[in-house]
Structure formats: C-alpha cells, structure tokens
Design a protein around this ligand. Structure first.
Ligand code: ADP
Length: 459
C-alpha cells in the first residue's frame, strides 16, 4: 500500500510537470511568437524613415558604413535588399548577430532554421517626396526565437518550471511518505488485533481515534469484538445453565433408582410417578431448549402465513381448560366475534400463548381467576393475560425473559418450570416484530400484554 501511494504520487507529479511544460510550450508558440513577429513588423515599419535619414545625412548618398551600423538593429532573421528605383542592388543587409545565433543554437541541438518567410517591398522617399530607393524586406513569417534575450527568457522559464517540478516532487514524495505512514500504521494495528481475536483473545481492542474511514473500521472492529465476546459469554453461561438444569432431575432420578435398588423405597405407584415427573421435566426441558437455541441463533425461520389470532387463542384456551377447571380457576375471556388476521407462524404463536396462559395457570392458586382479552385496531392486535396469581417481585421483573430465570426458584420448581418459557416468548415476538409488557404485584397477580402488528405491517 505504501509503495502504491508512493508510486501514484510520483506519477501524478510527473504528469503535472509534463503537462505544465507542454502548456508553457504551447503558450510560447502561440503568444510569444506572435509577439516577436509583431515587434519585428513594427521595427520594419520604421525602416523607410531610418533609411531615408541615412541617405540624406550622408549628402544624398548611400554610405555602406552607416548602413551596416543600422543592420545591427535589425530584428533577427530579417534581410533587406536595398535597390535603386531602377532595380539595381545597392546592398543586402542582415543583422550580423543572426547568423552567429543560428549556428550556436544548432550547435546546441536546437533547430532554429527558418523555412517560411514574409516579404514586404518598402519605398524609400527623399525629403522632397521623390523615390530614392526600394527596400525588399524578408523576415520570418513564423518568428522564431532568435533574439538572445527572448531565448534566455524562455530557457529561464523552462528551468524554473523544472526546478519547481523537482521541489514539488520532493515535497510530494515526503508528503506521500507521511500520509502512507499515517494510513498504514492504524491498519497494522487492526491486522494485529484481528489476528489476536482470531486466536481467541476477545478482549482485544484497537485504539484509533481518527474520524475517518479507518476510525470507522476500528469502531466496527471493536463492536464486533464486543459482540463476539458477549456471544462467547452467553454460550458459556448457556452451557453452565444447562448442566445445572440437567443435574437436578438426574440426581433425583439417580437417588430414586438407588433407593429402589437398596430396597429403601418401594417402587410403588407414588414413587414411580415422581420418577416419571422428573423424566417429563427432562423431556420438556430438552424440547424447550431446542426451540430456544434455534431461535437464538437465528435459525428458527418462521413460516409466515395469514393466520387467525382469535382461533389460535381459542385453541390454546381449549387445550388448557381441563387443567384450569381442575384447579377451580375461573377463566373469563373478552374476544371479538370476528377473525383477527395477521401474518405469522401458527405453530410459534400457539406456543407463545400456550406459555403465557399456562404460566397464568401455574402461578395462580386454586380458585383464582384468569382473564384473556383480545383487542385490535388499525395496525396492532393487543392480547392481555391477567391472573390473580402469586405475582412477580419487582426486582425480578426485568429478568424473567432471560432463559433459566425463575422468580422464587423453590416455588417455580414445585410447578415444574424450566425458566425457558418466557425466553422463548421473547424470541418468538422478535421474529414477529411484536412486543411484550408485564405488570405485576406480589400476592395480587400479573398481567402480560402482547402487541403484534397486523397483516399489512408485517415484513
Ligand atoms: P417457568 O418455566 O419457570 O415458568 P418462564 O420463563 O415461563 O419459566 O417464567 C420465568 C419466571 O417468571 C417463572 O419462573 C416465574 O417466577 C415468573 N412468572 C412467569 N409468569 C408468571 C405469572 N403469570 N405469575 C407469576 N410469576 C410468573
């Protein structure tokens, strides 16, 4: 990465330099050469006057020395053929410097040969307005830089451009080194941390406070490590809980069997049914665990289809009525006469209401009462299950949806609870975008209120 950044900076600077040289070259070709041509033409326009004054100052005579002196001031590359009005050549004038310049330029490998010319024929008049001579002027149409001042100017521009480019190159490379260091360093930290997490060190954190993409990546990494850690803790806790839950009924079974073997207890109906109850607990624990585990790891895919909430609740009540009646609990319902449709998994919703109503039955003393109510409006259905049971202590309320949590454990054990029912209720509601609320007073009763989105709102 560092090398790539380095190379790309290098390339960018080189391209910029080449482009600026090219554009300077173009500008010179267009602007500067027109400027040079214009200067040449303006000094040519002054020629008739100058030549005429040379003629008159020398007593109406063409003096070769004065003419040659003037030729030093001719623009580079300009040639004058001075002729009499009768076309007889008087002299040919050139700037003597031009030839020298051209030679030395060519010696330096620069092509300054002139191949396109412009010509002008100027009439030189005497003081009385009579024609004294004709000057045929030939000058480069595409004025080249033959003037030493012009050439040194252009060379200076090129040189300073090159120098600026070199300075830019050095600064750019240093900057890219600095930037790549800044970029690469946190990435190295991250790579190290990822490797450590891969080896199981889930406490690994990266301390990057920058607010850019790398900072975001570091934050994402840290929260991923946190998630992994809490998942790992959950998994550990889950295993500890399961071992604990299994040990109690298994120990109880073991002691029953040992007692039977030692003849301490007779294997009569009463003892055998106690044994069978423990086995029932184990069976229901294992099936609860299976559902809960699948739900928690997100593999419980609900089979969503239109279902009638009313008939689910009625079915659950119907199944539980013999138990409820046996305990002389009064069950009242307040249900709408028409169907309440929603998109849901029927098996899971049945399980949800079974758990809630079965809990109400379990934790309500004999001759208590249970009230099941179903209300619905536009978007939601609200189902409340109210009992006059033992209630849940306030301190326990926030924990009852955690798996294996039982308020007043000894009593729950008597009722054969596994502490998984409400955890499963929570997971089923998560899958259906539903919510649950609980209100309870110890000794008076508990009300669970479930809210489920109706058909249109379901995903
Ligand atoms: P369990 O199998 O023990 O009933 P749950 O997850 O269904 O497990 O419930 C967790 C705990 O919440 C129970 O052990 C019980 O203490 C308390 N609880 C649940 N429902 C009620 C209720 N209707 N009345 C009183 N306590 C309840």
């Amino acid at each position: 990465m560092r090398r790539k950044l380095f190379l790309s900076t290098f390339a960018v600077i080189l391209v910029t330099l080449a482009l600026s040289m090219l554009s300077v070259n173009l500008v010179f070709k267009r602007q500067f050469t027109t400027y040079v041509t214009k200067t040449t033409e303006s000094s040519i326009s002054q020629l008739p006057e100058r030549l005429s004054s040379i003629y008159t100052n020398n007593g109406n005579h063409w003096d070769q020395v004065s003419l040659e002196e003037m030729s030093h001031y001719l623009p580079m590359g300009t040639q004058i053929t001075l002729k009499t009005p009768e076309d007889k050549i008087i002299t040919i004038l050139n700037n003597p410097m031009a030839e020298m310049m051209q030679k030395s330029m060519m010696g330096m490998g620069m092509n300054y040969s002139i191949d396109e010319w412009k010509t002008q024929t100027l009439t030189i008049k005497g003081p009385q307005g009579n024609t004294i001579a004709k000057a045929e002027v030939r000058y480069p149409s595409n004025a080249r830089l033959l003037n030493p001042d012009d050439i040194s100017f252009v060379t200076a521009v090129y040189r300073s451009l090159l120098l600026a480019g070199l300075v830019a190159l050095i600064i750019g490379l240093l900057l890219s080194l600095w930037t790549s260091n800044r970029l690469v360093k946190p990435l190295r930290h991250l790579t190290y941390a990822v490797k450590r997490v891969g080896l199981g060190h889930l406490d690994e954190k990266v301390l990057i406070s920058s607010h850019d993409e790398v900072g975001e990546l570091a934050n994402a990494f840290n929260s991923m490590a946190d998630d992994l850690k809490s998942q790992e803790n959950l998994r550990r806790q889950f295993t500890v809980d399961i071992v604990h839950e299994l040990r109690t009924p298994l120990t109880s079974l073991q002691s029953y069997i040992e007692a039977f073997q030692d003849g301490v207890l007779p294997p009569n109906e009463e003892n055998l049914s106690a044994l069978s109850e423990e086995i029932d607990r184990l069976v229901s624990l294992s099936s609860d665990l299976k559902d809960l585990n699948i739900a928690e790891i997100g593999k419980l895919h609900p089979q969503l289809q239109p279902v009638n909430l009313l008939s689910i609740i009625e079915k659950v009540i119907h199944n539980l009525s013999p138990l409820i009646q046996e305990k002389k609990i009064e069950l009242t319902t307040k249900l709408p006469p028409e169907s309440v449709m929603l998109l849901a998994d029927e098996r899971l919703l049945t399980r949800l209401f079974y758990n809630l109503i079965h809990n109400a039955y379990k934790y309500t003393e004999k001759e208590g009462s249970i009230k099941v109510e179903l209300l619905y409006h536009n978007k939601f259905a609200e189902i409340s299950i109210e009992d006059t049971g033992i209630g849940i202590p306030e301190d326990d309320l926030s924990f009852i949806f955690e798996r294996f949590y039982r308020a007043e454990k000894s009593r729950a054990r008597e009722t054969g609870g596994t502490g998984i029912g409400l955890a499963l209720v929570k997971q089923i509601l998560l899958l259906h975008n539903g919510t649950i609320d609980v209100k309870s007073t110890v000794g008076k009763g508990t009300t669970f209120t479930v809210s489920l989105p109706l058909e249109k709102e379901q995903k």
